[in-house]
Design a protein around this ligand. Structure first.
Ligand SMILES: NC(=O)c1ccc[n+]([C@@H]2O[C@H](COP(=O)([O-])OP(=O)(O)OC[C@H]3O[C@@H](n4cnc5c(N)ncnc54)[C@H](OP(=O)(O)O)[C@@H]3O)[C@@H](O)[C@H]2O)c1
Length: 281
């Protein structure tokens, strides 16, 4: 029986929803964040092993979100993973990405570690999040009418983070959830041109897909303070998308949660107010 789950990335797009959904299921989430201000939160920094001990106390399962400020994921995550296995944590659920295979960069090394060392593990490999259209893409949508990408006509099966969280919670609390990787997608693969048309309809302001080269996109990410290696990796993922790497859908969300994943039009309608902001700058 799972009573308490450590939720790393617990203030993030999926982690916050995992914590909410665990609470709704009667399971206590311990929300890990570098800036703990609430009683249910614990101060946690992946690179600071001293912060791991309190975070791990009495937990039965862990939702693992790799640090987003560095790319040497196995090196920095290994101490906590080893301690978790040593203290008998029953289930480890890693948020990875559809674009990252075992042995690949960043979380790819963690896939192999879990497979070799954890008694029970799940690796969630979602496609790109719908939430990106109300977070990182929002300023350029509002200020320039642009969604920037280097994906050309490539299509992506955007997924609602709430659907990822719902799958994560099943994996965390179901005592017989089988170990393995799960590729998670939304119900339809769309190009950014198609997404721009849908946002235009909801936002009632013209929004376009503004195409960048891979190099321009990497520079754009670096300009936001994303570390150079991470920025290059993200930009190269767009290049792969332009060749069709993400053009697929799976039925995992429906099979695991018993309901269809959210469509982009429904997600955008529910977040309509995000586009009512005024231009800034
Ligand atoms: N966005 C997408 O479309 C997408 C698609 C597929 C996979 N992913 C994967 O999802 C993961 C999360 O990405 P996201 O952009 O959605 O970010 P996010 O989960 O919204 O935010 C990052 C979270 O990680 C925590 N965090 C970051 N660095 C940390 C550190 N050094 N120590 C402790 N906690 C740290 C942050 O906590 P505090 O700031 O509160 O400390 C925050 O809760 C990434 O691994 C990404 O590759 C994203």
């Amino acid at each position: 029986m799972v009573d308490r789950v450590l939720v790393t990335g617990g203030t993030g797009k999926t982690g916050a929803l995992v914590a909410q959904q665990l609470t709704a299921r009667g399971v206590e989430p311990r929300i890990a964040t570098r800036n703990a201000t609430m009683p249910e939160q614990v101060r946690f920094e992946w690179g600071d092993v001293a912060s791991h001990r309190t975070a791990l106390e009495g937990v039965d399962a862990i939702y693992l979100v790799a640090p987003t400020d560095r790319t040497d994921h196995l090196t920095v995550m290994r101490p906590l993973l080893e301690q978790a296995v040593a203290q008998g944590v029953a289930q480890l659920v890693l948020l990875s990405a559809s674009s990252i295979d075992e042995g690949g960069p960043m979380m790819g090394e963690v896939h192999g570690w879990l497979n070799a060392n954890a008694p029970r593990w799940t690796i969630l490999r979602p496609s790109w999040f719908m939430q990106n259209f109300v977070t990182q893409h929002l300023p350029s949508i509002i200020n320039e009418g642009c969604i920037y990408s280097a994906t050309k006509h490539g299509r992506i099966p955007f997924i609602d983070a709430a659907d990822i969280a719902a799958v994560a919670v099943e994996a965390l609390v179901d005592p017989v959830f089988g170990s393995g990787e799960r590729i998670l997608t939304g119900p339809e693969a769309l190009s950014y041109d198609e997404v721009a048309d849908r946002i235009t309809a909801v936002a009632q302001r013209p929004v376009h897909h503004c195409r960048l080269s891979v190099e321009q996109l990497a520079r754009r990410y670096a300009g936001f303070g994303i570390p150079e290696g991470y920025a290059d990796t993200l930009a190269r993922m767009d290049d792969a998308i332009s060749y069709g790497s993400e053009d697929r859908t799976t039925t995992e969300v429906e099979q695991i949660t018993g309901r269809m994943p959210t469509k982009l039009t429904a997600f955008l309608a529910a977040h309509r107010e995000a586009y009512q902001g005024r231009q800034s700058g």
